[in-house]
Design a protein around this ligand. Structure first.
Ligand SMILES: [Zn+2]
Length: 310
């Protein structure tokens, strides 16, 4: 009797999981040249795909429970095997498919700092640096690099390079030279203010320097895949965010030089011209970004703790 019940429970759970999996379809979006993007309904953790006869190169692979959906998305583009995964950084919505893909024989590659951070519990920037479980050993990159790695496959040169500590200290840009497509991971997002993850080595100064590198690299026809946000964008979209971030940083720096405390800076609203467009999700607003910039430009420690510092 108990066995039957257990079987029934396991079966219904499995059936429910399968139903959920089949419902999770990622949209396949041709970007430019040979490069595609896989995107969820919320445009979180955008995946880059370079298919071809030399095997498929995938950039990022979502959260663990979407990893099978990522594989199915690649299958909509090509039957060639997935050969390489490049992780743009360590966050779980960009490395979550590593374990599944490693089990399929895919080689995982990332900047060395991504590997280092996978040697302990993960943290995310929201919720005051909330801890998450450590990824299994099989999810770790097999090959790491310090400054850059170059792939030559599928008639494409793919430049993977480490940028200054921006979103995290292990951020890489992936530039598909022949297709003229740039995947920037979460250094660039189009759906909310930039997230500077101080718990994983991110800095505002590095974010501005990395954005400048992207602007300098991008030409008039370059297509840019954001880490989060719908569709893709271009050089103008990068310039808009670089100018915004620089302006907010400079405004807060002037306020700090004028002796304002954090509470007074928040009250003064240094992001006000941008809030309507960039406030985005409740989980990351100007109330989270301003204290990070304030601290980095030399502001004194807050006299009272705000939500972002919880
Ligand atoms: Zn991220």
């Amino acid at each position: 009797m108990k066995k039957t019940l257990l079987f029934a429970l396991v079966f219904s759970f499995t059936a429910a999981s399968l139903t959920a999996q089949t419902q999770l379809r990622l949209d396949v979006i041709p970007v430019q040249g040979n490069v595609y993007m896989l995107q969820t309904a919320t445009a979180g953790g955008n995946v880059g795909v370079l298919p071809g006869p030399d095997g498929v190169l995938v950039v990022d692979n979502q959260v663990p429970n979407l990893s099978e959906s990522v594989v199915r998305g690649v299958r909509q583009i090509t039957d060639e095997p997935i050969r390489f995964v490049v992780n743009t950084h360590v966050h779980v919505d960009h490395i979550g498919g590593n374990q599944l893909m490693a089990g399929m024989g895919v080689t995982i590659i990332a900047q060395e700092n991504v590997h280092q951070r996978m040697l302990s519990e993960l943290r995310i920037p929201r919720g005051g640096g909330r801890f998450m479980s450590q990824p299994p050993e099989s999810a770790r990159p097999v090959i790491t690099f310090d400054r850059r790695a170059i792939f030559r496959m599928n008639s494409e040169e793919v430049q993977v390079f480490h940028v200054p500590p921006a979103h995290t200290d292990g951020d890489s840009f992936i530039y598909f030279v022949d297709s003229d497509v740039l995947h920037m991971g979460d250094v660039f997002r189009t759906n909310m203010y930039p997230i500077v993850d101080v718990y994983n080595g991110g800095t505002v100064a590095g974010m501005i320097r990395a954005m400048q590198i992207a602007v300098d690299l991008a030409g008039p026809d370059t297509k840019v895949i954001p880490g989060h946000g719908f569709s893709f964008t271009d050089r103008d979209g990068l310039v808009e965010v670089l100018d915004m971030l620089t302006d907010i940083r400079d405004t807060i720096r002037e306020m700090v030089a004028g002796g304002l405390r954090l509470e007074e800076v928040l009250e003064a609203g240094p992001t006000a011209p941008y809030d309507a467009r960039w406030r985005g999700s409740e989980s990351w607003t100007e109330q989270d970004l301003i204290p990070i910039i304030y601290s980095e430009v030399g502001g004194a420690a807050p006299t009272s703790r705000r939500r972002a510092n919880n």
